[in-house]
Design a protein around this ligand. Structure first.
Ligand code: B12
Ligand code: SF4
Length: 472
C-alpha cells in the first residue's frame, strides 16, 4: 500500500521556500492510513521533503490532490496504473472537479474520507469497489488513531500538527470550505476527550492546530483548553476576528498555551469584506483584536487578500503600513484566487473574468482573473512589493516595538526575522536533515510572556520537554 502527497509543481519555481514545505507532515494521508490493515506493508511518501521511489509496484496507491499539485498527482496516478496498481484519488481538488480527476483513477473520492474510505476498503476486499464515493456521514467520533508512526518526524519543523475539528461555521465566498463539505455538515468537532487523548500521545511540547477555526465552537474550545491546562504545551492555531472579541475564550486559550494565532483580516475595507461574504469581520475593531492578543502575549500571523473588487493602487501601502504599525508579527499576503467549487469561482466564471485554467498558477501568487480597479501587472507588483516591504528590517523593528512588553518585542523580532531572514540556515538544516534540531528554538520563541499570561497556580511557565522528542 502506498500513500503519496505529490509535490506542488511550484517546487521548481523561484517562490519555492524549502522551509515552508517542510513545516507540516501529510496529516490527511496519515488519517486515512489508520483504516488500512496494520499488518500490511504501508509506505507514506511526501514529495515536498523526499524524492519519490517510483520503481515499486504497490497493490493500492492512494494520492491526495490539492489544486496546485493536481497535474503532478495525475502524472503519478497514470504511472502507477500503467504498472498495474489500483489507484485512488481524493482531496480538495478532486472534490471540486471530479470529472477532471476521474480518467486518472480507478476510484475517486469526494469530500472528507473518514467514512467513505473504510467503506471502499470493504468493497475492495469484497471485489466490488465503486468508481466514485461521496461523503455524506460527517462525524469524527470513534476514529482510529492517526498513523503518525508512518510520518518521518525528523524531516519536519512541526511534526505535531493536529486537527480537532473539520470545516468552519462561516461562508466566505473565496473559501474552499462550502464546496468541499457540500452534501453534509460543514463544521464539526471531535469529542473533547478524544482530542485530549490525541494531544497526550504527541511527544514534545509544541503543537500546531491546523483547524480552520479553532475557536469556532466555543463550548468545545473552552473544554479543550481547560483540559489542556497543566499539560505544559505551547501551541499555534487559527481563528476569526469576532471569536477573539466575543468573550473570554481567548484568555482560556492563552492559559492553555496559545502563543500565536493566524487571523484572516483579509482587508481593511468594509466593502471588500462585504463582497467576500466575510460578515464575521464586519464592524469589528481590528485594533482591539491586536490589543487583546498583545495583552495576552499572543503573536499574530495576519492574513490579507489583495485584488478584491474595489482594491486600488493604494491598498498595498495602506495594508502594510497598518500591519507594521499595530505590530502584526508575520503577514501572509495572497492574491485573490477563485478556486473551482467556490462561490467566487462561479461568479467570476459567469462574468467571464477568469483568464486561465492552468491550476499550477492558482497558488495565490499569480493573477489568474481580471481585477476591477487594478491591472493584473499592478496587482502582481503590489503583492510582491508588500512582502518585500513588510519584511524590511526597518518594518520588522517597527512592528516589534509596537508591543507593550520588552519580552514580547524580542519574541516578535526573533520570530519574524527567523521566519524570513534566515533562509540559508533553514535550507542547510533541511539539507543535512537536522530540522528537528531547530524545534527547541521555535519552542523558546513561543514560551509565554510570563507576567502577562494568567497561568493557573502551580503550572510552570515553560514545562520541561519530554525526552521522547529527542528520539524522533
Ligand atoms: C497544512 C496546509 C498546508 C501546508 C502543507 C500541506 C500538507 N503537508 O498537507 C503548506 C504550508 C505547505 C500549504 C501550502 C499551501 N496551501 Co495549504 N493548507 C493546509 C491546511 C491548513 C491544512 C491541511 C490539513 O492537514 N488538513 C487536515 C487533514 C485531516 O485534512 P485533508 O488534508 O483535507 O485530508 C482529508 C480530506 O481532504 C480527504 N482526502 C484527502 N486526500 C484524500 C485521498 C483519498 C484517496 C481519500 C479517500 C480522501 C482524501 O480525507 C482526509 C481526511 O478527511 C489546509 C486547510 C484545511 N483546513 O485543510 C490548507 C489548504 C489545503 N491549502 C491551500 C492552499 C491554496 C495552499 C497554497 C497554494 C497557498 C499559499 N499561497 O501558500 C500553498 C501551496 C503552495 C503551492 N505551491 O501550491 C488550500 C487548498 C485549496 C484547494 N482547492 O486546493 C487550503 C484548503 C487552504 C484554503 N482555505 O484555501 N498548505
Ligand atoms: S472564516 Fe476562514 S475557514 Fe471559515 S469560511 Fe471564511 S475563509 Fe473559510
Amino acid at each position: 500500500m502506498k500513500l503519496i502527497l505529490p509535490a506542488l509543481t511550484e517546487a521548481t519555481s523561484p517562490y519555492w521556500r524549502p522551509i515552508k514545505y517542510s513545516l507540516f507532515p501529510p496529516l490527511g494521508l496519515a488519517t486515512l492510513a489508520a483504516y488500512l490493515d496494520p499488518n500490511l506493508e504501508i509506505s507514506l511518501q511526501d514529495e515536498h521533503v523526499e524524492k519519490l521511489d517510483l520503481d515499486d509496484e504497490p497493490d493500492l496507491v492512494i494520492i491526495q490532490v490539492y489544486i496546485t499539485n493536481a497535474y503532478r498527482a495525475y502524472q503519478l496516478a497514470d504511472h502507477y496504473r500503467a504498472r498495474g496498481s489500483y489507484v485512488v484519488l481524493g482531496g480538495l481538488h478532486v472534490t471540486s472537479l471530479p470529472e477532471e480527476a476521474a480518467p486518472h483513477a480507478d476510484t475517486i473520492f469526494l469530500g472528507p474520507g473518514e467514512h467513505t474510505f473504510p467503506q471502499f476498503l470493504e468493497d475492495l476486499a469484497a471485489g466490488a469497489p465503486k468508481r466514485r464515493y461521496e461523503s455524506a456521514v460527517r462525524t469524527l467520533e470513534g476514529l482510529p488513531p492517526i498513523r503518525r508512526d508512518l510520518i518521518q518526524r525528523r524531516r519536519y519543523l512541526v511534526p505535531n500538527s493536529i486537527v480537532v475539528s473539520r470545516g468552519c461555521p462561516h461562508h466566505c465566498t473565496f473559501c474552499y470550505k462550502d464546496g468541499f463539505f457540500e452534501g453534509g455538515r460543514s463544521f464539526y468537532t471531535q469529542v473533547v476527550d478524544d482530542a485530549l487523548a490525541e494531544i497526550a500521545r504527541l511527544p514534545g511540547r509544541h503543537l500546531y492546530f491546523l483547524d480552520d477555526h479553532l475557536l469556532g465552537n466555543a463550548r468545545f474550545a473552552r473544554n479543550l483548553f481547560r483540559g489542556m491546562r497543566g499539560m505544559g504545551r505551547v501551541f499555534q492555531g487559527a481563528a476569526t476576528v469576532d471569536s477573539i472579541l466575543r468573550d473570554d475564550l481567548i484568555e482560556e486559550a492563552a492559559a492553555a498555551g496559545l502563543r500565536s494565532l493566524f487571523i484572516g483580516f483579509e482587508t481593511l475595507s468594509n466593502s471588500g469584506l462585504e463582497g467576500a461574504g466575510k460578515r464575521q469581520n464586519l464592524g469589528r475593531s481590528y485594533r482591539e483584536v491586536v490589543r487583546r492578543l498583545d495583552s495576552l502575549g499572543i503573536m499574530i500571523n495576519g492574513s490579507f487578500v489583495f485584488g478584491l473588487d474595489g482594491d486600488d493602487g493604494d491598498v498595498f501601502r495602506r495594508t502594510v503600513d497598518w500591519a507594521a504599525q499595530v505590530g502584526i508579527t508575520t503577514a501572509t499576503f495572497h492574491i485573490l484566487t477563485p478556486y473551482p467549487g467556490t462561490a467566487l469561482f462561479s461568479d467570476m466564471a459567469a462574468r467571464n473574468r477568469i483568464e486561465t485554467h492552468n491550476w499550477d498558477l492558482y497558488d495565490t501568487r499569480h493573477v489568474i482573473y481580471r481585477p476591477t480597479r487594478l491591472s493584473p501587472g499592478e496587482l502582481k507588483r503590489g503583492y510582491d512589493w508588500s512582502y518585500e516591504e513588510f519584511y524590511r528590517w526597518s518594518n520588522i523593528i517597527k512592528a516589534s516595538s509596537a508591543h507593550g512588553s520588552f519580552k514580547h518585542q524580542l519574541k516578535h523580532f526573533f520570530y519574524s526575522a527567523g521566519w524570513k531572514k534566515f533562509e540559508r540556515a533553514w535550507d542547510l538544516a533541511i539539507r543535512i536533515k537536522q530540522l528537528s534540531q531547530m524545534r527547541p528554538l521555535l519552542e523558546a520563541v513561543l514560551a509565554p510572556v510570563a507576567s502577562l499570561v494568567d497561568l493557573p497556580k502551580g503550572e510552570p511557565a515553560v514545562a520541561p520537554a519530554p525526552t521522547t522528542e529527542s528520539a524522533s
